[in-house]
Design a protein around this ligand. Structure first.
Ligand SMILES: [Zn+2]
Length: 302
């Protein structure tokens, strides 16, 4: 029988916790505001629930997906969390000394979910993109996640896609893919579209659910902005495709559960450059790829 693993997917706006057995999610919860507290406080806030779950499910292993650059178990830099040299694994070990704890970049962890159990299983060359507060993911080359020389490879969320007057990114540059394609990017595009319309329509507090609701009600500002958002995503995916010539592209993140991503826009854009045979799909695990992948860090051969 396979083992139950406690998985933690740290995102820009929430922390997802789950008990995962292979590709099955036994228990799942999400905390919205916890990450805003200081790093030490965040761990103290989580300690109660982690302790309860560890006892209840007899957990011996924790898998963590975290945004940013991760090296030797240290979060070297996570722009969207404002974390630098955070020894997250060491600090967790102090609280839970007997547990085996593994950490990886959140996009790479989510990719493992799809490579082990989903649509990227057996795929030689592919692209996996997670849309959240930022944009993460991986390039898969020759059946492996491309790591690069310093485990910083495939960081395409910071690929520049717009000109010098483009949006400023948390990384310090301008016009990065994630400033347009992430959920935060979509919200910004909606605000700009609304402003440019000259009408400044009241749209309420924008988030994934609210945007879906407005799109469902055919709000013209929202529909126009979503169209532009999809165009930006398609153009960027074409650029990545030209570089690695993938057979499969899989998209994940909570926003992919909303139906707002236009797969046809992406496929048509790829076809324009002769990439008709690329399979473009929404992740099997959608917004939960992160926790399944974080748990699978403990799987052999990853
Ligand atoms: Zn950037």
């Amino acid at each position: 029988m396979s083992e139950k693993i406690l998985a933690m997917d740290i995102g820009g706006t929430s922390i997802k916790l789950a008990i995962v057995e292979e590709d099955q999610i036994i228990k799942f919860t999400s905390y919205k505001n916890i990450w805003k507290s200081k790093q030490d406080q965040m761990l103290m806030d989580l300690k109660g629930i982690l302790t309860r779950w560890i006892q209840e499910y007899q957990i011996t292993k924790i898998g963590i997906g975290c945004p940013g650059d991760i090296k030797d178990n240290v979060v070297v830099f996570a722009a969207n969390l404002n974390w630098k040299d955070f020894h997250l694994v060491d600090q967790l070990h102090e609280i839970f000394p007997n547990l085996s704890i593994k950490i990886a970049n959140d996009g790479q962890a989510a990719t493992l979910a799809e490579m082990n159990y989903g649509l990227l299983k057996g795929v030689e060359n592919g692209i996996f993109i997670v849309f959240g507060r930022g944009v993460g993911g991986s390039l898969i080359l020759n059946h492996h996640i491309y790591q690069g020389s310093n485990q910083r490879g495939g960081n395409f969320g910071h690929m520049v896609i717009k000109g010098p007057k483009a949006r400023k990114c948390n990384c310090g540059r301008k016009g990065c893919f994630e400033t347009y394609a992430s959920v935060a990017g979509l919200i910004q595009t909606i605000k700009e579209t609304n402003y440019r319309s000259g009408q400044n329509t009241p749209l309420g507090k924008l988030g994934g659910l609210r945007i879906s609701e407005l799109a469902h009600n055919q709000n013209p500002i929202i529909l126009k902005a979503i169209k532009q958002w999809n165009k930006d995503i398609a153009e960027s995916i074409l650029s990545l495709t030209l570089i690695i010539d993938p057979s499969h592209i899989v998209l994940a993140g909570g926003i992919t559960e909303s139906g707002l991503i236009d797969l046809d826009e992406i496929k048509n854009k790829l076809s324009e450059q002769g990439f008709d045979h690329v399979v473009v799909e929404i992740s099997k695990f959608r917004g939960k790829a992160g926790v399944v992948g974080a748990a699978s860090l403990h799987k052999e051969n990853n």
